[in-house]
Design a protein around this ligand. Structure first.
Ligand code: SF4
Length: 322
């Protein structure tokens, strides 16, 4: 597989006050490196506030990166005019209620992007394209004249997906696209993402706080904690041979349907809350909640290193723990 996206040492700091001489920053994304191959899905997980959504938005330059490099299809897009890339790189938002303009019909919501990128030569072609997109996501042409409030949460998310697909993208940042949906609808929408990927050859960055969802749809998974990537591996490897204590706690929290297996499974409950990103711990950011932390963890930031082929982890004591 060839590489579509490369993110090198990406940083996204937000100024949150302080003085001119002593500005204060939230380091929402801090030195994050990964790549995504064409046709692949990379899952990105972590608790809310860990920087996963900011990472996705910074890649699309919806936030200007503080530092680092974003290489898309061989071109460094960190500082270029994004207009030619807006069509190729799309986003599906978490909240299908807030992300659709309530005063626009579904047809115009989907058609807006077609207009911006001049993808239809006349009204007839525009209409045909809108209908095709609606059908592709399980809606139909009659829905085009209705307004978002007339639809259920799952249907609204389908409209959001149709809007993203309307411009023939190659890459989609799926920003917690199922978190706001009923559990019964979540599987349908995930299946649809998978089918669309197969049919259209799409590449996804799939962001979610629920590892259970991500492990089904992803080829590889990255785990973030307080702005840092702490582990990255093949989906199977991360699920069954995870190495970082934080990943182990996330995996242990996944419910097991088999009651016998579930009784024997040990849940790792982390002590304390996630520290403030305004004042993260020195050294390893996970150390205040890590049962294996020692002195070096407070003194030195662990390197994000490759332990086995394609399996990266940031922990001083990875060999001792595993
Ligand atoms: Fe825990 Fe130390 Fe490893 Fe961080 S570096 S995860 S604190 S053992």
């Amino acid at each position: 597989m060839s590489r579509l996206l490369e993110v090198n040492n990406l940083k996204q700091y937000f100024r949150v006050g302080g003085s001119i001489f002593r500005p204060k920053y939230v380091k929402a994304v801090d030195d994050v490196t990964f790549h995504i191959d064409k046709g692949e899905t990379l899952g990105l997980v972590g608790e809310s506030g860990c920087g996963k959504t900011t990472t996705g938005r910074t890649i699309l330059r919806l936030h200007e990166p503080t530092d680092g490099q974003i290489i898309y299809d061989g071109t460094d897009i960190t500082k270029v005019d994004m207009m030619p890339y807006r069509r190729r790189m799309q986003i599906v938002f978490q909240d299908p209620y807030a992300s659709l303009n309530p005063r626009m019909t579904v047809g115009d919501i989907v058609g807006e992007a077609i207009d911006i990128h001049k993808l239809a030569s006349d009204k007839h072609e525009r209409k045909e394209r809108i209908y095709t997109m609606l059908e592709r996501v399980g809606l139909n042409s009659e829905h085009a004249n209705r307004y978002p409030h007339e639809f259920s949460g799952g249907q609204r998310q389908r409209i959001g997906i149709a809007r993203a697909l309307a411009v023939d993208p190659e890459f989609i940042v799926c920003d917690e696209p199922i978190s706001a949906l009923d559990v019964s609808i979540q599987a349908q929408v995930v299946n649809m993402f998978e089918e669309l990927q197969q049919d259209l050859g799409l590449t996804y960055l799939f962001i979610a706080h629920d590892l259970n969802v991500v492990k089904h749809i992803s080829n590889r998974i990255g785990v973030m904690y307080l702005g840092k990537l702490v582990e990255l591996a093949d989906s199977y490897e991360l699920t069954f041979h995870n190495l970082h204590p934080y990943t182990k706690s996330l995996i242990s929290a996944i419910p097991i349907p088999d009651p016998v297996e579930s009784r024997t499974k040990k849940r790792i409950v982390l002590e304390g809350d996630v520290p403030s990103p305004l004042d993260p711990p020195t050294g390893c950011r996970f150390r205040t909640r890590c049962p294996y932390a020692t002195e070096i963890c407070a003194e030195q930031e662990p390197e994000f290193r490759e332990i086995s082929k394609g399996h990266h982890v940031a922990c001083h004591h990875v060999e001792k723990i595993n």
